[in-house]
Design a protein around this ligand. Structure first.
Ligand SMILES: [Zn+2]
Length: 307
């Protein structure tokens, strides 16, 4: 728009007000305003903010693990010294999961961080959709030729104002965000749980999961590979049946049979994904196995001393 025209329109607008003439019900965007909107680098900033939030989320997670590991090791020390019984040790772990103020604060903090992560992600998506629609409006800015077109028509016949459009896109995006927010809360919660109880089934159902169909023996989750019977190191989960196998064994296995060794459904390597939660179970179960080893040795030594 040339300066003359701009002045002309300003002039006409003020005349319109003075003469109680109708102002445009919609101000079409010109090329420059569209280009200005494009230059607001929302998605770039969003990636940057996402990175910062990730930087906050992983140390938080690690701090929770360190805290739980420390607590369990200390309580186990009391068990070794006969200060508490095995039952009291088990009760302590239940308390730690259900009623620990530090873990509770970490849950809140994790939720805040993950919600912020989702919000920036969804905001960026909403902005991209908004921009897509704005770009699609191949309109010229307001000028003397189209003045009538925008003043004469009712608002309902005209495109939505960009500010309203953006607001609507954001509202829609925030609505769909709720499911993802639940997912990230569940994700943190399941990590806290398996850190305390590595071989117990989760006490809640993860979103989209069927009933817990993992290998459960005597109420415990089996962390041995169903192919080799050996403890798993690098677990892969079958997305179809949720059974888990060790990476090193399943590759060889699939050269022969192409069915799940646990339930028999047909399977191929592309059905398998890394299983981070089982991986965590393995790590924390190793902690428990080591502690148990120490306890057995202590009992044995005590027996020897008595002889
Ligand atoms: Zn299976």
């Amino acid at each position: 728009m040339t300066r003359d025209r701009e002045e002309n329109i300003t002039e006409m607008s003020s005349q319109a007000i003075q003469q109680e003439m109708q102002l445009p019900n919609y101000y079409p965007l010109n090329h420059n305003s569209r280009s200005a909107l494009r230059q607001i680098n929302v998605s770039g900033k969003s990636v940057e903010i996402g990175g910062i939030l990730n930087d906050a989320a992983s140390p938080l997670e690690q701090s929770v693990y360190d805290y739980i590991n420390g607590k369990i090791t200390y309580e186990h020390f009391k068990l070794l010294n006969g200060k508490i019984t095995l039952q009291e040790f088990e009760d302590f772990k239940k308390q730690l999961y259900n009623n620990d103020p530090v873990i509770e604060r970490c849950r809140q903090l994790s939720k805040t961080v993950h919600d912020a992560k989702l919000k920036q992600h969804y905001f960026s998506r909403a902005y991209a959709k908004f921009l897509g629609e704005i770009e699609g409006r191949r309109e010229n800015g307001l000028n003397l030729d189209n003045w009538e077109e925008y003043t004469g028509r009712d608002a309902s016949e005209l495109p939505q104002q960009p500010s309203d459009l953006l607001k609507d896109e954001i509202d829609r995006a925030m609505e769909t965000m709720k499911d993802d927010a639940k997912k990230s809360t569940d994700d943190f919660e399941s990590k806290v749980f398996v850190c305390i109880h590595p071989t117990e089934p989760l006490p809640f159902k993860l979103d989209g999961e069927e009933d817990d169909d993992l290998e459960i023996e005597g109420g415990k989750i089996n962390l041995n590979c169903p192919i080799s019977g050996q403890p798993m190191v690098d677990p892969l989960i079958n997305v179809k049946c949720k059974h888990v196998y060790d990476k090193s064994h399943v590759k060889d296995y699939l050269r022969g049979l192409r069915e799940c060794p646990t339930c028999g459904i047909s399977m191929q390597y592309s059905d398998l994904r890394p299983d981070p939660l089982t991986k965590k179970r393995i790590i924390f179960n190793n902690r428990d196995l080591e502690l148990e080893e120490i306890r057995k040795k202590t009992i044995d030594n005590n027996e020897v001393d008595k002889l």
